[in-house]
Write a protein that binds this ligand. Structure first.
Ligand code: RP5
Length: 161
């Protein structure tokens, strides 16, 4: 049990600015995480090994971001039975549509929960991870209620003239 509950993985160092959105949410909610660059295509053995060992070391949820032919979330899901959230990154000439389809079109039996392309998806991936963890954590559940109320107040406080 030496791993934090959430692993944020990404296919390249160039994905860091987008995946930082997931990290920011986890920080805000006080959820420990580990962030690593691991590529399904460029470091396949290391990726498989990491995915296989994460649960045994206390890990609970993967957030995987990758661009272009984005195989990372799917490959991680193939090597674990933990929940995997996939973030399609808009890093290629197709602006993330390629990564979206790669991430969302998983074969039946190997699930990946795909979120929106880019930073909004990375932010929601962090929130989704917090929601999953809140199933067994009443403190996190209360923080999520507070977060939702803050969003409500922000909308209601917007006066247009
Ligand atoms: C993907 O290729 C990565 O996830 C990244 O989004 C994209 C480009 O990678 P780099 O060429 O910047 O390393 O595998």
């Amino acid at each position: 049990m030496n791993k934090p509950p959430v692993a944020i993985l990404m296919g390249s160092q160039s994905d860091i600015p987008v995946m930082q959105e997931s990290a920011n949410i986890l920080k805000d909610f006080g959820v420990p995480y580990e962030m690593k660059v691991l590529s399904a295509h460029r470091t396949p053995k290391e990726t498989a090994e990491y995915a296989e060992n994460f649960r045994g070391h206390g890990g609970k949820i993967f957030i995987c971001g990758a661009g272009v032919s984005a195989a990372l979330a799917g490959v991680v899901s193939a090597h674990t039975t933990l929940p995997v959230i996939g973030v399609p990154i808009d890093s290629g000439p197709l602006n993330g549509m390629d990564a979206l389809l790669s991430t969302v079109q998983m074969p039946p039996g190997v699930p990946v929960g795909a979120v929106a392309i880019g930073s909004p998806g990375a932010k929601n991936a962090g929130l989704l991870a917090v929601r999953i963890l809140s199933l067994g954590d009443s403190v996190l559940a209360k923080k999520l209620e507070d977060y939702r109320e803050q969003q409500r107040q922000k909308v209601l406080g917007t006066d247009l003239h």
